[in-house]
Write a protein that binds this ligand. Structure first.
Ligand code: HEC
Length: 115
């Protein structure tokens, strides 16, 4: 009895495998770009994978900066002028530099010449 179960299981798995290979060998026609199911799937993937984090500009909402969905996925607004980077005290710059050099030495076993 056990033997026939494993024979049936083997036959079933082989059939599944072969049907998958046949399905892959026959190319599917390209879906229409406006296929609503694919558009919805793309929207879902974009929302769960954080694409808006970098590709949607922020606006100031009642609770602080929030994605401006009127400009969803439009990227960085070219006209936006950022304030200059703040001046850092020299000890902070040198400390960061030293820690970077230490990490480089530790990770690579080499010295990094920053000039
Ligand atoms: C951490 C920030 C970040 C996230 C999150 C992010 N991107 Fe990007 N993406 C960038 C940057 C920066 C560039 C520009 C790279 C360059 O031009 O060198 C870029 C470029 C692109 C480009 C090429 C645009 C062009 O004009 O060539 C596409 C398409 C793109 N991203 C799609 C996506 C998608 C889809 C997602 C979500 C799955 C996503 N990005 C998530 C930062 C991000």
């Amino acid at each position: 009895m056990k033997r026939s179960y494993s024979t049936i299981t083997f036959a079933a798995l082989t059939a599944i495998l072969l049907s998958g290979m046949v399905a892959r060998a026959v190319p599917e026609p390209a879906p229409a770009p406006s296929d609503p199911a694919r558009v919805a799937r793309g929207k879902y993937l974009v929302s769960i994978m954080g694409c808006h984090d970098c590709h949607t500009p922020l606006k100031l909402g009642p609770r602080g900066p929030e994605p401006d969905m009127d400009r969803a996925l439009t990227g960085h607004p070219e006209q936006l002028t950022m304030p200059p980077a703040p001046e850092l005290p020299p000890e902070v710059v040198m400390g960061t530099r030293e820690r970077y050099l230490q990490a480089y030495r530790k990770l690579t076993g080499k010295e990094l010449n920053l000039g």
